[in-house]
Design a protein around this ligand. Sequence first.
Ligand code: PLP
Length: 449
Amino acid sequence: MDAPNLDALTRDALDYYLFPLATKQDMRTDGPMIFSSAEGMEITDAGGKTYLDMMSTQTRASSLGYGQERIARAIYDQLMSLHYAGTFANVADTTIRLSAKIADLAPGSLTATVFAGSGSEANEMSIKLAKQYHAAKGDKPRAHKIISRWDSYHGATMGVIGSTDYLGTRAITEPGVPGFSRIPAPSLYRTPFGMDPSEVCDFCVDFLEQHIVHEGPETVAAFIAEPVMQGDGVQVPPDDYFPRVREVCDKYDVLLIGDEVICGFGRTGRWFALEHWGVECDIMSTAKAITAGYFPLGASTASRKVADALPVFTHVQTYNGHPGACAAALATIDILESDNLIERAAETGTYFLDGMQRLRDLPVVGDVRGLGMWTCIDFTCDKKTKAPFTDDTVKAITRRMADLGVLGGEEGTAIEFGPALIATREMVDRCVDVAEQAIREVMADRDLG
Ligand SMILES: Cc1ncc(COP(=O)(O)O)c(C=O)c1O
């Protein structure tokens, strides 16, 4: 095969490919990143440049790195033995095995899973489960409203996008499905209305309760939340937040949907992030790391209470529980277990975050935070007011890091790192060194600090 020609591929990409979210102008000036191969933690573009990938392929999906033969082999073997088994009353044995495995791993009584192809669809199904639960149970038959949070991201399909706030994807689709509303989230660096961080938890929990009361508790089906929010970089909530959210939800018979699409399957150093606070949700959405990015798969797992209340889950898609995807997930889980990767991610993640703390001394670094193998550097042009940069400084630092051979993710005001769980201490050391070098160089170029 001829070596890929980066210029020709770039021209074709601009003509023939619709880049999601990236502007045409940015694609023309900065160019897309077109990748051709990868191995371990390294990915190589079509021009032959190799990068240390500290973002698990931008979306944090590739949580086991590249070239995992066990997963590829499991998909191949599955497709050759039974590539598809239909849907509704039909199912492959592999799909059932994965359902049972998730029930085994998931906290508490989270038991029964329905599968689809993405995180957005997982949340669509979680929301449908919540509405159908109330309709079937009969105590709140009108419950249909979904509450989410400012800066949340729950997906881009036309239903669930009503709960999404981050990335500016919602406005252009409006008016969407009725019944969605959003409340403040417990961010601790740039806090809601600039309040003291010590006030954030009470404020956000009280807001949730007041919001439910004002919407009419009998109309509210569920509250959906990312355990650790991605918006503007790894927003770890105060410790009391989710236990108290759980109490408020229980008080008003509002289901709690845990959107573990990023966090689930090890990202935060636990199988599922709500475990950090001992909280069990009623419905859990997962995707991304469930197959380590080797096959598209989303899952919505209902608690026993929800599953038992439903005489039928009224929903169907052709590829619900695709055997190839489920085989990929089983192999992924097998690697996580046999290689002790979640414990290792917790340890390396702590080391990573500790190592990053020195960056706080830089004049443009406002905050450094993280949980497990998920960290970020949040930037400010004024440490006192915590004002974010309104120009392209964060993007310039991310680009400079890429020039220096390390991929991070520009995440609003922050640069985020969500490497595969196999990342070593040497790799995270290199990432911190390169981040520091890139920040210093961009500061010098722009006369900052
Ligand atoms: C927390 C969360 N929920 C849902 C989604 C949507 O997943 P997908 O892009 O697979 O549809 C994402 C995607 O980034 C996410 O981060």
